[in-house]
Design a protein around this ligand. Structure first.
Ligand code: NOJ
Length: 580
């Protein structure tokens, strides 16, 4: 009896204590230089795959509107929406044919206005994807530009007249031959496209192009949106004399293409013309080739962008696995580089990556939920603004297509053709894409276990992952221990403890190959986060007594009383402890 009473009072004490932590007010922290975009949790929505409202098999704006309460229930405060502008969809909207209109598949401007209204009514901000390194070849500017050498729009793009011979090679990421120069017989000239042939690069050296873009940005900002994610922007500035690069440059095209001349001038101009006039956040895809580049993009005194979005971390995952020591080293290095100045985003997935749990965790039935929760714990407890990709909150997994016909991503389809053309091993290529392809992250959102996961009543534009029968929002909604509810708890914990946003990060047990342990400390509070990245038990020595476990992905940790600095963690175990 005594024991029962003791356990009841212990549970009561823990829950009261936890309640206190979750409801801590922000003003009690005294942190300076606070910004809403630093404290935000960003949820990325891939509109094509989120929710279809009209049965055409393609997600749309009305679909998102119908799910606003779900989005709100996550506790997030910013939505980043992939492009929704008019587009022939060579690259799912990253080829814009009219920057001031909505893609027909997605709905109308009235739908967009309702979406913004619905989000704002719920306290959710909206960040738009701005795709201006290139447009679609079906944009009016390009149609004009290609029509004659003397057309006033000629200089909106990069042309190389064939009378000058062939330009020095440039590597295209998506072209079937990887040749970024496309010959156009109409004017006997080549145009430049770093991405697909249908995505000609805009000429940012032309001040008219820049003014057009700033006007487009103001158009959306005036509609009340709250920020911009600048697609592929580090490639916008180019040396337009197009010098030859050393042999083998295509293996390091990032080094040659990113952060070209005048990039910072363009961003400063954009800041002056647009960002400074609105309360909007700004983030560019990529952060250059060094910390220096990244700092220059986001150092507040320079007045360019708000936060860096660097790929070194997300690029660590490889089909053959990755070393946690490498992972820890990269994230610790980036954190320390930004400890005093500038701001980072924290992410491990987006629409250009395969699924979080399949790349960085373990999506086998035994470990999928545990490792998905462990990875979410990492993202939500690091310094920087967390970006979370839709579906990862459910622990959605790679679909692993086996045939090229299943893919919808033109970059995969073109690359497959390229591999065929050079007589490479296409089976090997398909095998690799099961791990890597971005279509893995683009299968429809799994809402429930009705047909097509409740995504559409029509034929989905891309196959639904058959595991929707048991991985879906409806099931997880009703399970207090689901990935979904765990994610909500994490968001709540972060939102109520600004030390998780701003606090100092310190790596512990540095050389442990299986466990990532660190503290976050500030304003009189200290959290300890311990994550087992392996599928076996793993020991960690963190040098402080492990106490007050606030959240963990095993559901029995309130009973776990560990008071030593050494602990054996279970597979993929994640613990968040409050030390003071
Ligand atoms: C980066 C985007 O995230 C990706 O989806 C797109 O294909 C390229 N930029 C080209 O716009």
């Amino acid at each position: 009896m005594k024991r029962i009473l003791f356990s009841i009072s212990l549970v009561l004490l823990i829950s009261l204590y936890a309640k206190d932590v979750f409801s801590q007010t922000e003003s009690s922290t005294g942190i300076t230089n606070r910004k809403w975009w630093k404290e935000a949790v960003v949820y990325q929505i891939y509109p094509r795959s989120f929710k279809d409202s009209d049965g055409d098999g393609i997600g749309d704006l009305k679909g998102i509107i119908s799910k606003l309460d779900y989005i709100k229930s996550l506790g997030i405060d910013v939505v980043w929406l992939n492009p929704i502008y008019s587009s022939p969809n060579d690259d799912n909207g990253y080829d814009v044919s009219d920057y001031r209109n909505i893609m027909k598949d997605f709905g109308t401007m009235a739908d967009f206005d309702s979406l913004v209204k619905g989000m704002h009514a719920r306290g959710i901000k909206l960040v738009m994807d701005l795709v201006v390194n290139h447009s679609s070849d079906e944009h009016e500017w390009f149609k004009q530009s290609r029509s004659s050498r003397t057309n006033p729009y000629r200089n909106y793009y990069h042309w190389w007249n064939a009378d000058r011979g062939k330009p020095a090679p440039r590597y295209s990421l998506f072209d079937v031959n990887h040749d970024a120069w496309k010959y156009d017989s109409l004017t006997d000239a080549y145009y430049l496209h770093y991405f697909s042939r249908k995505q000609p690069d805009l000429n940012w050296e032309n001040p008219q192009v820049r003014m057009e873009v700033f006007d487009i940005m103001k158009f959306w900002a005036d509609k009340g949106i709250d920020g911009f994610r600048l697609d592929a922007f580090q490639f916008a500035a180019k040396d337009t004399s197009f010098p030859a690069f050393p042999a083998g440059y295509e293996k390091r095209f990032q080094l040659y293409y990113a952060m070209g001349p005048h990039l910072h001038d363009y961003l400063k101009e954009m800041n002056k013309e647009v960002f400074s006039k609105y309360d909007v956040m700004s983030v560019a895809e990529g952060a250059g080739n060094s910390f220096e580049d990244a700092h220059d993009l986001v150092d507040p005194v320079r007045k360019e962008l708000n936060m860096a979005y660097a790929f070194e971390g997300v690029d660590i995952a490889k089909p053959q696995g990755y070393r946690l020591l490498h992972f820890k080293e990269v994230f610790s290095r980036w954190d320390s580089a930004f400890a005093k100045n500038g701001w980072l985003s924290i992410f491990l997935s987006n629409h250009d990556q395969a699924r979080l749990v399949s790349r960085f965790g373990n999506d086998s039935p035994a470990f999928r939920e545990l490792s998905a929760k462990m990875l979410a714990t990492f993202i939500m407890t690091m310094r920087g603004t967390p970006f979370f990709y839709n579906g990862d909150e459910l622990g959605m997994t790679n679909i692993r297509f086996t045939k090229i016909q299943d893919y919808r991503d033109m970059s995969i389809i073109n690359e497959y053709q390229h591999q065929k053309n050079i007589h490479a091993d296409t089976l090997k290529f398909l095998e690799l894409e099961k791990f890597e392809s971005r279509d893995n992250g683009r299968t429809p959102f799994q809402w429930d276990n009705s047909a097509n996961a409740g995504f559409t009543v029509g034929i989905p534009w891309i196959q639904v992952n058959p595991n929707y029968k048991y991985i879906n929002a409806a099931i997880e909604e009703n399970d207090p221990n689901s990935c979904l509810n765990y994610f909500r708890n994490l968001v709540k914990l972060r939102k109520n403890n600004l030390v998780l946003v701003y606090g100092k990060y310190k790596l512990l047990d540095k050389d442990n190959p299986n466990v990532y342990a660190y503290t976050r400390e500030g304003e009189g509070k200290k959290f300890l986060i311990i994550l087992n990245f392996s599928a076996t038990n793993a020991q960690t020595h963190v040098g402080v007594a492990i106490q007050n476990i606030l959240l963990s992905n095993y559901n029995d940790n309130n009973d776990r009383k560990v008071r030593q600095p050494v602990i054996v963690l279970r597979p993929y175990e994640a613990l968040i402890c409050l030390l003071k």
